[in-house]
Design a protein around this ligand. Structure first.
Ligand code: GUN
Length: 299
């Protein structure tokens, strides 16, 4: 079997078209332009490229976006003051502080400062709690995007055994909480593997769906999966440089997922590529949360 590709570019574009139509309607019928403030502290190359992509996506969907770039040595208090100012700024329906923050800044303190009603990342403890108990809230963008990929590719997780590899606060833990809910697009039996899991392959071989967010290049190999498995690869590992296809003469980072794509695709029924799989969905769901937040301001 050679797996069918689940394209985050194609599915993400479908959702972005739906969102663009909603933005037009919000402007025409309610005079509301959804707005997103992005805070970037420092110049970590991966963060700079995510933030740039977020800005472009907002622009193409008609969402107002402003990126506030601060130097890496900005004092914590200055970041907290900025978040407070953005909380009070009616132009913004969403606030995103790009993580990770520099070491001298307490990330938890900054996330707590964001108004939960503008927390389009879904990282505020109040929204995390609402997600855990299954109340409506902003869902974290990467796991929410993965849920959409599964649903829109005809691989809904209802009744399936989903094995998640990785237990980060951004992907693994929220993914587990979203899929275990008694809800449409969920109702899965969920296992979570991590660095202390014994005999991980024995568990991953039991999966109907594997979601890998471990940050280890190509760690899931063909011998670790069963025939017909659905594979979602969240990994974005920069393993070296290669010549750019778009711009001849330019070198770009060579990206690898957490899954050995070439080997695993021969056993899987569906698989996401890297790049072009989960990545575009994260940004799409950020747009969706921002538009939802703007809609809530309609009286
Ligand atoms: N860094 C990596 N992923 C994310 C994300 O989804 N949101 C924020 N704020 N920072 C990130």
């Amino acid at each position: 079997m050679t797996a069918e590709i689940i394209s985050g570019r194609v599915i993400g574009n479908q959702i972005r078209e739906e969102l663009t139509a909603e933005v037009t309607k919000l402007k025409e019928e309610h005079n509301i332009t959804p707005g997103l403030a992005v805070v970037l502290v420092g110049e970590d190359p991966a963060s700079v490229s995510y933030v740039t992509a977020k800005g472009r996506a907002c622009e193409s969907a008609g969402v107002f976006e402003e990126t506030i770039r601060l130097p890496a040595d900005t004092p914590e208090q200055e970041i907290l003051d900025l978040v407070e100012k953005l909380n009070d700024d009616d132009r913004f329906h969403g606030i995103l502080v790009q993580l990770p923050l520099p070491k001298h800044v307490n990330e938890e303190k900054v996330l707590l400062k964001i108004d939960p009603d503008k927390d389009v990342d879904g990282f505020h403890p109040m929204n995390v709690g609402r997600m855990v108990v299954g109340k409506p809230t902003f869902l974290p963008c990467t796991p929410h995007g993965i849920q959409e990929l599964l649903m829109r590719s005809g691989n809904g997780p209802e009744g399936k055994h989903v094995v998640i590899v990785g237990r980060s606060n951004i992907v693994g833990k929220p993914m587990m909480n979203i899929l275990v809910q008694k809800a449409v697009g969920a109702n899965a039996t969920v296992s979570v593997c991590h660095t202390r899991t014994k005999d991980m392959a024995a568990i991953t071989r039991q999966a109907d769906i594997i979601i890998v967010a471990a940050g280890v290049p190509e760690m899931i190999t063909a011998d670790m999966v069963s025939d017909g498995v659905v594979v979602i690869d969240v990994g974005v590992n920069r393993v070296g440089m290669k010549p750019s296809i778009k711009t001849p003469g330019k070198m770009v980072a060579d990206l690898r997922g957490d899954v050995d794509f070439e080997g695993v695709k021969e056993k899987a029924s569906f698989i996401t590529p890297v790049p072009g799989g989960v990545g575009p969905m994260t940004i799409t769901m950020l747009l969706k949360n921002t538009v939802e937040s703007a809609k809530k301001t309609i009286q």
